[in-house]
Design a protein around this ligand. Structure first.
Ligand SMILES: *Cc1c(COP(=O)(O)O)cnc(C)c1O
Length: 407
């Protein structure tokens, strides 16, 4: 059976309509995943065809003509991402960095991008070493704690404000609704982008605050199993989406149908994983805070954390994700001994999956940040970043307790 475009649209909107006011768990399991009309597949099929037959020149059977520009498996996933991000339009990419690059390509040469100072290393590298020299775009990196500082930087060349909240690895949060006010009052055409990777849509949906585009590295919480590299962006602005889509299909960083399938599969349990990760992480943060060998803990979920009130304002779930950072009362040697004594926490970069990971930013994720910059951000040799997973909390705490004894 072949369905014409209009019937297909009606079939989909009928399915999506009754899910509109449902909770995120129901949305994750059903949105974008209606049974296929021909065979009633309950699971979204992996559609590998790179090209699509046409009835007559320029009239394809359905909505697709060539797989770089659009693919059935990807289309299901993009509708699911729209539903959980509370946005209208989604574009997916082969990585988070490809999504970031697509947005950077929007900015005409000779203009300026303002970016939060301790932004993700890959974003920093793209903006500093590729976009800035190749496209003649001025890059200004700034803290965003004091919005008057941001206000003072805005000028007629500013086209884009880029932020991450919380930041990596020191978990600073930005008052997104206030930032939107400040920037849009100055010039409503300045785009505001939030990289929401550290929170995921389960904890926070920044489009609610009036930003223009939300970006996710789906490689982290959305995939959730350390087995797929993907990125996405979601916006409510159709005109902006058309501009972004032109760049996306022209530059070609599209995801594979198999990766789209894996992401849909991972997303079905995002709510279960995040609930567990949020609750495990606050317990890890509390354990570390009360430990005599820990100098400082960074986790906005802790009541004493300077960003706790902001976290309550921004995170509708009441949780703030699985990244907990800490400064230990020791030197480089002691820190390495501690890391090597852990058995549940695997020493590896990345975050967001079911397993606990530990990162030593000074030598790993932030090794390329100049030492003075690192010091300014507080990333010393004794600084460690935990990415808490879904294991049993008693085993996680036992692992930490054991390794602390080796300090
Ligand atoms: C990992 C990450 C990215 C980049 O995503 P990739 O999928 O690795 O390209 C961007 N932003 C943040 C905050 C990340 O953690």
């Amino acid at each position: 059976m072949i369905m014409d475009k209009e019937t297909h649209k009606k079939y989909i909107s009928h399915h999506e309509e009754h899910l509109k006011d449902k909770g995120i768990g129901t949305k994750l399991i059903h949105c974008g995943q209606e049974p296929d009309i021909v065979n009633g597949t309950v699971v979204v099929p992996i559609s590998l065809s790179t090209t699509y037959a046409q009835h007559s020149p320029g009239t394809p059977y359905g909505v697709f003509d060539y797989s770089r520009c659009g693919n059935p498996t990807r289309e299901h996933l993009e509708r699911l991402l729209c539903a959980i991000s509370k946005g209208e339009h989604c574009i997916t990419f082969s990585s988070g960095c490809a999504a970031t690059n697509c947005i950077a390509q929007l900015i005409p040469s000779g203009n300026e991008i303002i970016c939060i100072d301790d932004v993700y290393g890959g974003t920093q590298r793209l903006l500093r070493r590729v976009v800035n020299p190749n496209s003649n775009i001025k890059m200004t990196f700034t803290p965003m704690d004091d919005l008057n500082v941001v206000k003072g930087l805005l000028n007629e060349k500013t086209k884009l404000v880029w932020l991450e909240s919380p930041t990596n690895p020191t978990l600073k949060m930005t008052d997104i609704p206030e930032l939107v006010k400040v920037v849009k009052e100055y010039n409503k055409d300045i785009l505001i982008v939030v990289d929401n990777t550290f929170l995921s849509p389960y904890n926070c949906t920044p489009l609610d605050f009036g930003i223009d585009i939300v970006v996710e590295s789906c490689t982290k919480y959305l995939g959730g199993h350390s087995d797929v590299t993907m990125g996405s962006l979601v916006t409510n602005n159709l005109d902006l989406k058309d501009k972004l889509y032109l760049i996306a299909k022209s530059s070609g960083g599209c995801p594979s149908p198999f990766d789209c399938f894996l992401l849909i599969r991972g997303l079905k349990t995002l709510h279960l994983r995040m609930e567990r990760i949020n609750s495990n992480s606050i317990k890890v943060a509390e354990f570390l805070s009360s430990h005599p060998k820990v100098e400082k803990v960074y986790y906005p979920g802790l009541e004493k954390d300077p960003y706790h009130n902001l976290m309550k304002k921004l995170c509708h779930s009441g949780g703030v994700g699985g990244i907990v950072s800490a400064k230990l009362k020791t030197d480089m040697e002691g820190t390495i001994k501690f890391i090597k004594s852990l058995k549940i926490f695997c020493l590896a970069e990345s975050l967001g999956a079911v397993e606990c990971l530990i990162d030593h930013p000074a030598t790993m994720t932030h090794g390329s940040v100049p030492p003075e910059e690192r010091k300014k951000l507080g990333i010393e040799d004794s600084f460690v970043r935990f990415a808490v997973g879904c294991e049993d909390i008693k085993d996680i705490i036992f692992d930490l307790e054991f390794a602390m004894k080796e300090l």
